[in-house]
Write a protein that binds this ligand. Sequence first.
Ligand code: PDD
Length: 276
Amino acid sequence: SFIIFNGDITDRQNAKVDIEDRGYQFGDGIYEVVRIYNGHPFALTAHIERFFESAAKIQMDISYSKEKIESLIYALLDKEGKSTASLYLQYSRGISVRNHVIPKNINGTLVGYLLDGERPVALMENGVSAIIAADTRWLHCDIKSISLLGNILAKSKAVEAGCTEAILHRDQIVTEGSSTNIWIVQDGELITHPANNLILNGITRQQLIMIATQHDMPYTEKSFTVTELLHADEVFLTSTTLEIVPITIIDGKKIGNGKPGAITKELQKLFTLSIE
Ligand code: PDD
């Protein structure tokens, strides 16, 4: 298979990353996941913008222009010829003798490739269960950092409990999921955590806010508690790969009647229309 590697498209076997690449040693890098629908990248401009914003927040200059990265992505899609997939794009600080201090004037390592994955139709229809877990991550969750230890530990805890996602909280305030944004529906109103340093401002989240605005569906970006989560009429998650998935059981307790809610289903319909 083919990959984007430092400004070119090459065979995956040809790409080698140095043991002193700072992405490998320090988790010093950033990434994006972009959905490919019908062979086309969805919301690519927004993803590339966030890619550069994440880099800027860690004082990292990306040595390729936005236009160059876009053209590499289209070249990769052309070579791979896949209809539905996810693009993984990563930029690490690059190679330097091990030292915590951020080195100046080095070129980073750019990697991009396609992951297989159909739209999660069964999960979207049936909903999933989740656990509640402490958000033990750092205070820069707005950066799409490749340092994901807090996220992977929480996700694995959820899967060990037979669930799909871990809903994270800081002092009883729900932040987001281990790899998703979390929403509740309360008396017909959509509520999700404000886009500050405690969450990743998801592209799917932004798309949903746009849809809600267009269709006069009331929404608020404000904090809500674990208790409000458990007593919500509906709960759902959003992400690039999962889209909109109802959460019907949390810590073994049913949300509402334990079935995907009407507003969640309406949003799924509108989202599907927006990707076509
Ligand atoms: N995860 N919050 C976190 C912590 C995430 O990792 C993600 C995405 C989201 C949703 O963002 P978006 O709608 O832009 O995908 C929220 C990606 C898909 C991943 O790591 O695989």
